[in-house]
Design a binder for this molecule. Structure first.
Ligand code: FMN
Length: 353
């Protein structure tokens, strides 16, 4: 079935990108976007962190910053949805325009700057959805003006962890000054220890898994340091990666020189390399969600082969609509069968073996 999101997609792409996003969110909130029946295929089911993912394809953070439409997006066939980034206090983000399409490149540049309604508002949304089925992860950020970053993440945990299937500490958005320096060895160690104990205190039983989301712009030394911290500070998983501040050669879009994070097709290689490096540095012991430049089943499959247990996407939705989810889910099953595998777990990291 062709969903309304796909029908109105071309019209949305004629509008200012942020206005189009607002309209898509409104349509999803109103319930006028029909759900898609993406058949469940046992081959694609993933059991991880005590959670049962019906398929490995998730919605990346940034689409639903205020946890307004997680169920509507689960209804589009995603195996899980990540809301946020959410900061303790509401904040407006950067001045507009701050979201740019590079259609010929299949890319987006954004410098949103964690615009969101704050943790209290997100909590109300998550409380409202109650115990509905479906995996909804919560991605946490820090307010622009906060000096003590760890205290902001701890506040986010206090308000939101009880309603989260998993928690993400996002230290990799390029649009909050100083945020990425938290990926350095010492600051990351302090941060992850603080956050770990906050999470264990707030949700002592059935504690949601704790994930760290990293940038694609990391040196070899950065990656080694991050792996060491992850393995020693009780981090349960990694999300690789966020957007890049790099501008790979060959970009054609008029907006390619805009300041901000680049996502979509041009980030795929860089982001998959970081994913593969982290898989190797962590000896495959830490499950990784692979994100960055996925736009079809082939690119999703490549992430899994490089070491991802789950994948996420965002930018490709802007160009292809939510029908893409079913296409990727079906395509993944076809590839598994063609290669003689019976489950996703058999393929995770296979390129390293
Ligand atoms: C407009 C926009 C806003 C985003 N906001 C966030 C955010 O708030 N937090 C976050 O962790 N990632 C955010 N991201 C990054 C995505 O979650 C994802 O890591 C990145 O876009 C790479 O995936 P993609 O190529 O499939 O888009 C945002 C991306 C875009 C395009």
């Amino acid at each position: 079935m062709t969903g309304i999101y796909n029908l109105i997609g071309p019209a949305l792409r004629c509008l200012d990108p942020e206005m189009a996003h607002g309209l898509a969110l409104r349509a999803l909130r109103c319930g006028i976007v029909p759900a898609r029946h993406v058949p469940r295929d046992p081959m694609l089911a993933v059991r991880l962190w005590g959670l049962d993912f019906p398929n490995p394809v998730g919605l990346a953070a940034g689409f639903d910053k205020d946890a307004d439409v997680p169920d509507a997006m689960l209804g589009q066939g995603f195996g899980f949805v990540e809301v946020g980034s959410i900061t303790p206090l509401p904040q407006p983000g950067n001045a507009r325009p701050r979201l740019f399409r590079l259609p010929g490149d299949g890319a987006i540049i954004n410098r949103m700057g964690f615009n969101n309604k704050g943790a209290e508002a997100a909590r109300r949304q998550l409380v409202k959805r109650g115990g509905r089925p479906g995996i909804v992860g919560v991605n946490l950020g820090k307010n622009k003006e906060t000096q003590d970053a760890a205290s902001d993440y701890a506040k986010g945990i206090k308000l939101l962890a009880p309603y989260a299937s998993y928690i993400v500490v996002n230290v990799s958005s390029p649009n909050t000054p100083g945020l990425r320096t938290l990926q350095g060895r010492e600051p990351l160690q302090v941060l992850m220890r603080t956050v770990r104990s906050a999470l264990d205190e707030v949700v002592p039983t059935n504690t949601p898994p704790l994930l760290l989301k990293i940038a694609p712009d990391l040196s070899d030394e950065d990656k080694t340091d991050i792996a060491e911290v992850i393995l020693s500070c009780g981090v349960d998983g990694l999300i690789a990666t966020n957007t890049t501040i790099d501008r790979p050669e060959g970009l054609t879009g008029h907006e390619r020189t805009q300041t901000g994070g680049l996502s979509g097709k041009p980030v795929f290689d860089l982001s998959t390399r970081v994913l593969a490096d982290m898989y190797r540095l962590c000896d495959g012991k830490i499950p990784i969600i692979g994100v960055g430049g996925i736009y079809d089943a082939e690119t999703a499959y490549a992430k899994i082969r490089a070491g991802a247990t789950l994948v996420q996407l965002y930018s490709a939705l802007v160009y292809q609509g939510t029908g893409l989810v079913e296409q990727i889910v079906r395509g993944l099953a076809e590839r598994l069968r063609a290669d003689g595998f019976s489950s996703i777990s058999e393929v995770v990291g296979i390129d390293h073996r």
